[in-house]
Design a protein around this ligand. Structure first.
Ligand code: NAG
Ligand code: NAG
Ligand code: NAG
Ligand code: NAG
Ligand code: NAG
Ligand code: NAG
Ligand code: NAG
Ligand code: NAG
Ligand code: NAG
Length: 408
């Protein structure tokens, strides 16, 4: 029942055949990758009822111009200790459950109807464990390192944790759904995309998750994400702990009931360069920290870096926040707060504040531009700003204050 083996005939017939347009119908997981006997296979085809189990991790390397059509559902084992055993075994688990590396021209295409094309993680079996956030035998779902990657209509239901890790270049990811809604326990670390690819566009994204929608970090260059609807998120984020990257654009987002909206996190005790980042056309509702920029981020799971040099911080240059309306939540926390103070605690925080701009100093935060920002506090009054390090700086659009926004 190893999908790995059964996939190869399918790939072989595809390899030289198609690369865009995406009309290939002759081969799919559903009709080609059926790890059952033929009677069952035929029956499945006729009845259109099918789950393929991804019993073990699958890896592809060296693909050229291959399209995977996902018609049936693909599912991880619904057995926590079985998956933990695999993740804990470095011979079986290369770091992600599905890996595509060193390849060129790879497309995954999901279905338009909701009956198929889902990747089922059974994360709910893990989230109900109160210790899930410290479980280092949770699987990461996808890793792509591809030149010319197309991910169309990827639909993820209850991933155990981290979904997409994407590097490479020339990436278009469209119409993605990530549904990590939980009714029993917080869906820790259900990050959407960890993006280090360059020349990438993510267009059309709907999610319910318990961590960042996206986190873009150097060395990524030229990344755009647009048309986002999200609930429960930890942000449309840029982070930085080393290297140089930039030209990131995030636009057209509706964010509801979340911890963080437009977010930058420079990691404590590290330095890096990020240039030309824009968040525009965001509406952020009932969110604890709608706009959040900090340079002393510490990851709750890993703690502060050892021997952190606290005189270091990210260099952020030419950052733009434009056309953002935000209402702050009454509560400055979500279910991921399992320490006191919460990992997301921010000095000066208040449910009346919607914009946090916490810079080390002017040297580290240059060329910041804020325009058309409307903030409402949890009390319904005009929202406030929390600002350090940029006191007295002119030309930002708004003055660095700890009060309501003052145009300057
Ligand atoms: C093959 O499929 C048929 C129909 O579902 C089933 O009855 C039979 O047990 C299967 N055989 C094996 C070896 O799995
Ligand atoms: C789950 O996996 C474990 C470890 O592989 C195995 O011992 C156990 O029988 C499995 N449980 C079920 C219900 O299959
Ligand atoms: C695939 O999974 C989705 C989401 O759980 C479900 O609604 C659908 O019925 C499943 N399809 C099949 C063929 O099992
Ligand atoms: C959670 O982890 C703590 C410390 O490692 C341990 O004492 C506790 O028993 C664990 N709880 C559960 C439900 O596994
Ligand atoms: C940025 O990336 C997109 C998507 O790959 C590409 O179309 C565009 O040409 C790139 N822009 C630059 C300046 O490289
Ligand atoms: C940032 O934008 C400036 C001005 O448009 C440009 O000169 C510079 O090359 C950009 N930075 C990067 C990292 O591309
Ligand atoms: C705000 O969002 C939280 C979840 O973060 C939710 O529990 C609460 O009901 C929401 N409040 C309103 C007024 O929608
Ligand atoms: C910390 O960083 C500063 C600024 O780069 C540098 O001057 C200093 O030598 C570093 N200290 C240590 C202990 O590495
Ligand atoms: C805002 O308050 C912080 C202390 O919480 C302070 O360091 C900072 O200088 C204040 N900002 C301004 C503009 O006064």
């Amino acid at each position: 029942m190893k999908l790995t083996l059964l996939l190869f005939p399918c790939i072989a017939s595809l390899a030289s055949a198609y690369w865009l347009p995406e009309t290939l119908k002759s081969c799919s997981f559903k009709t080609c990758v059926v790890p059952k006997n033929q009677t069952q296979q035929l029956k499945d085809r006729l009845q259109r009822q099918y789950h393929v189990y991804l019993w073990t991790p699958i890896s592809f390397s060296g693909l050229t111009n291959v399209e995977f059509l996902l018609q049936g559902n693909l599912t991880l084992p619904a057995n926590v200790s079985q998956v933990e055993g695999i993740v804990g075994n470095s011979k079986l688990y290369p770091g992600h459950w599905v890996t595509v590396s060193n390849s060129q021209g790879v497309t995954f295409t999901g279905t338009e109807d909701n009956d198929g094309g889902w990747w089922l993680g059974h994360g709910n079996l893990w989230w109900s464990d109160p210790n899930t956030s410290s479980n280092n035998q949770r699987p990461h779902f996808f890793s792509f390192k591809v030149t010319s990657l197309r991910l169309r209509r990827m639909k993820i239901l209850k991933p155990v944790a981290w979904c997409f890790s994407i590097s490479g270049t020339d990436v278009y990811m469209t119409d993605t759904i990530l549904d990590a809604r939980s009714d029993n326990g917080f869906p820790f670390n259900t990050d959407g995309i960890d993006m280090s690819a360059s020349n990438a566009v993510v267009d059309g994204w709907t999610s319910w998750n318990g961590d960042d929608i996206i986190n873009v970090a150097p060395p990524a260059m030229n990344v755009t994400m647009r048309n986002i609807i999200a609930y429960g998120t930890h942000g449309v984020s840029v982070s930085c702990s080393g290297g140089t990257g930039g030209n990131y654009l995030f636009e057209n987002a509706l964010i509801y009931d979340s911890l963080i909206g437009a977010r930058f996190k420079g990691v404590l005790g590290t330095t890096c360069n990020v240039l030309n980042v824009t968040w525009r056309n965001f509406a952020v509702f009932n969110t604890s920290y709608p706009i959040h920029f900090i340079e002393n981020y510490v990851d709750q799971e890993t703690g502060p870096p050892k021997n952190a040099n606290l005189s270091l911080a990210a260099f952020a240059t030419n950052f733009v926040w434009d056309n953002i309306v935000a209402t702050t939540a009454e509560v400055l926390a979500d279910g991921s707060c399992i320490s006191d103070p919460c990992w997301s605690f921010t000095p000066g925080e208040s449910p009346e504040k919607g914009l946090y701009l916490l810079c080390k100093d002017q040297e580290h935060c240059k060329d910041f531009h804020l325009s058309h920002i409307t903030l409402l506090g949890a009390d319904g009054g005009p929202g406030q700003m929390d600002c350090t390090g940029l006191e007295g700086v002119t030309g930002m659009g708004y003055a660095c204050t700890n009060t309501t926004l003052q145009e300057a």
